[in-house]
Design a protein around this ligand. Structure first.
Ligand code: UDP
Length: 329
């Protein structure tokens, strides 16, 4: 049986492809390479270059791949700032792509989907840590598009025998332990890779966005989840669906928050570099603290995260040192 990985050339998708293969699954990958990298996809996976919004293309993939037992969806746009500037682009790609995908899954009688959702569906939470009961009120088009996708899957699951798991990621970081694949965005916006670019000498300093938040040291607090733990949750989610588990959503984090300054300090220790920094103005749309309560995933999916912040940064550092220019090396 085959796992179809949509967005398998991207940051999370390429690590999922690698790990499903390592665990003996047959894997096919679809990616339009708009942000992904062909070199990130293991050669053992069959690769189809194309866009999931293209129904003819996607139906052709499902025709060729006769034994799809589950679909992993990693092919949405995911930058908060970009979504504020180009909301329609987010709804068109994220929501539009999911509509076509659900139609094709229905046409070909494929029953299970595991889908990347996000802490951004919660907006500014009224409670912390955030549970699955915490109300979802997104404050940007990215989070809104993912919430719409969650709801679409819910209604489609209630109308058909399709089942889904939505995994709401908190802050994903890190890379495969051996540093062979990792994070490579054209315009990097995320904290940990930018800090490591400073350590590599590619940037002069890291600008910390704001130190007047309602947190202990005044900088934003985030819950970092390592790549290996994240992918493990996806594999467990697919197993859960295959063994009759009901459609559901789970928060994925570690229940431990780190401030931006704590992340910086940890990166200084891991890399041995001074990593100059400066406090700058706040970035629009940043909640003070986002920390996940993942007890539901632990209880139902039997998922327990094990990577600590220093391990996560160490793995990311291995990747950045081996591939200072990403996949262009
Ligand atoms: N951040 C920062 N400087 C940077 C990039 C990010 O201070 O150059 C902060 C950002 O404002 C947020 C935290 O780091 O408080 C995590 O941001 P990131 O973009 O990595 O993830 P997000 O929480 O937006 O998903």
């Amino acid at each position: 049986m085959t796992v179809l990985i949509l967005g398998g050339a991207g940051y999370v998708g390429s690590h999922a492809t690698d790990e499903f293969l390592a665990r003996g699954y047959d894997v096919a990958v679809v990616d339009n390479l708009s942000t992904g990298h062909r070199a990130a996809v293991d050669e053992k996976a069959r690769f189809y270059e194309g866009d999931i919004r293209d129904k003819t293309f996607l139906s052709d993939v499902f025709t060729k791949e006769k034994n799809i037992e589950g679909v992993m969806h990693f092919c949405a746009y995911s930058l908060v700032g970009e979504s504020m500037e180009k909301p329609l682009m987010y709804f068109e790609n994220n929501v539009g792509g999911a509509i076509t995908l659900l139609e094709v899954m229905n046409d070909f009688n494929v029953k299970h989907i595991v889908f990347s959702s996000t802490a951004a569906t919660f907006g500014i939470p009224k409670e912390t840590p955030i549970t699955e009961q915490t109300p979802q009120n997104p404050i940007n088009p990215y989070g809104e598009s993912k919430l719409i996708m969650e709801k679409m899957m819910k209604w489609q699951a209630s109308a058909t025998d399709m089942t889904y798991v939505a995994l709401r990621y908190f802050n994903v970081a890190g890379a495969k332990h051996d540093g062979s694949i990792g994070e490579a965005h054209k315009n990097e916006t995320h904290l940990i890779p930018i800090i490591l670019q400073v350590a590599l000498g590619q940037r002069e300093k890291i600008m910390i966005y704001g130190d007047d938040y309602q947190t202990e040291d005044g900088t934003c607090v985030r819950d970092y989840i390592g790549m290996a733990d994240l992918i493990d949750a996806h594999i467990k989610a697919l197993d859960y669906l295959k063994t009759g588990g009901q459609s559901d959503a789970f928060n994925l984090g570690t229940k431990t928050g780190y401030s931006n300054l704590q992340v910086l300090e940890t990166a200084r220790k891991v890399t041995g570099h001074a990593i100059p920094s400066e406090i700058g103005p706040r970035r629009a749309g940043d909640p003070d603290a986002l920390v996940a309560d993942s007890s539901k995933a632990q209880a139902i999916l039997k998922w327990t995260p094990s990577e600590k912040l220093a391990d996560i940064i160490q793995n990311a550092w291995s990747w950045h040192q081996k591939h200072p220019h990403g996949y262009e090396d």
